[in-house]
Design a protein around this ligand. Sequence first.
Ligand SMILES: Cc1cc2nc3c(=O)[nH]c(=O)nc-3n(C[C@H](O)[C@H](O)[C@H](O)COP(=O)(O)OP(=O)(O)OC[C@H]3O[C@@H](n4cnc5c(N)ncnc54)[C@H](O)[C@@H]3O)c2cc1C
Length: 393
Amino acid sequence: MSADSIRVVLVGGGIGGLAAANALLHRGIDVHVYEQAPALGEVGAGVMITPNSLRLLDRFGVGDAVAAVGASVGEGSLYYREDGSTVAPMLTVDSSGWNGMFGVHRADLIGALADVLPADRVHTGHQAVSFSQDEREAVVSFANGTEVRADAVIAADGIHSVLQKYVIEPSAPIDSGSVAYRGLVPAERVPWWPKGVSQLWMGEQRHFLVYPVRRGTLINYVGFVPSREKAVESWTAEGDVETLRREFATWDSPVPRLLAEVEKTNWWGLYDRDPLSTWTRGRLTLLGDAAHSMLPHLGQGANQSIEDAAALSVFLADATAETVPEALSHYEALRRSRTTEVQLGARANGRRYDSHFQDLAERDAEIADSARFRSWLYDYDAEAAAEEVLAVR
Ligand SMILES: Cc1cc2nc3c(=O)[nH]c(=O)nc-3n(C[C@H](O)[C@H](O)[C@H](O)COP(=O)(O)OP(=O)(O)OC[C@H]3O[C@@H](n4cnc5c(N)ncnc54)[C@H](O)[C@@H]3O)c2cc1C
């Protein structure tokens, strides 16, 4: 760490916060993470890591660790109609043919990102409650009475961000009309399930996604169905297994057969937000879901937060205490345009997956064509893009 490094405080020790801590430390920046939970997250089920973020994790030095705890997903991954007829292959490589897709349990991803951080950099049991700043520095206050001072504060505190309001009036959650039931089935209980692939079935107003995690020992499923009652926007609410089974009872037989093995499920109300018009105010900026919460229909929530982390580290690497606000505004300018497209793309994909089409042939053609959008997503190098911005300044 260089003696004259700026001081960075990251609020939130989720995927985005921990990825950013790795990226910043990698560039010799003095950073501390403050997480409200008493321990780093054991909660959650599967997240899909895609090539656009795996290439960055590789550079932070954690790509191998993530691959080691994940399950590779590749050729044979498919989109189906609800009756099991094939619609199109699912893209699992970037344009160079590199397969950087891994299903990862969120707890394993958090573990891989946290394990390489020096212990004195992560402070659990710190719930941020307020923020202030002046021309010289920023101050974050925590519920336990602690106050920390920094040159830059990064709010990586998730969809219900407490610090977002110090940048912009929070935008209202938009109910998507769907809920997601998600959970895990031990692979040994479904030995007939195909290995190393992701599969997605699409039907009227619902869809069903399955991929492996934890070296293939667990099968992660998510069933998206219309919401009949109001569900909370929470990752931990318990759902009713029988209701989930009923929703997909008549679908292609692997779906109800897998659901027959489910013992416990969580449900999560799917809300969207319009893209924010700004992320930064002075020494404070937003990262991850706090900046761009999105529907899960492109599997990009975690991946975009990792891209944010890489780009941020480039802009802060050369910043001084005086130039931090300028560096953060460059970060926002680069990231906000891309994540806005991803947020809107996730909405559009949800309409395809839930078959909101008069003519399903048209939907199927769009699904087949979505490989082009996926290539745009997967080929992107957030670090190189940030370096390009700096080079032309
Ligand atoms: C408990 C949980 C389970 C999840 N499970 C899944 C899943 O199974 N599949 C999936 O695709 N996505 C899941 N997600 C969402 C996914 O992790 C995010 O969409 C994505 O990784 C973006 O990461 P993020 O760092 O912006 O937000 P998150 O990963 O949500 O992290 C935000 C972090 O900030 C902390 N925090 C919040 N407020 C404060 C505060 N005031 N002070 C200090 N810390 C604070 C939270 O405790 C959390 O650790 C889950 C998120 C959470 C919080």
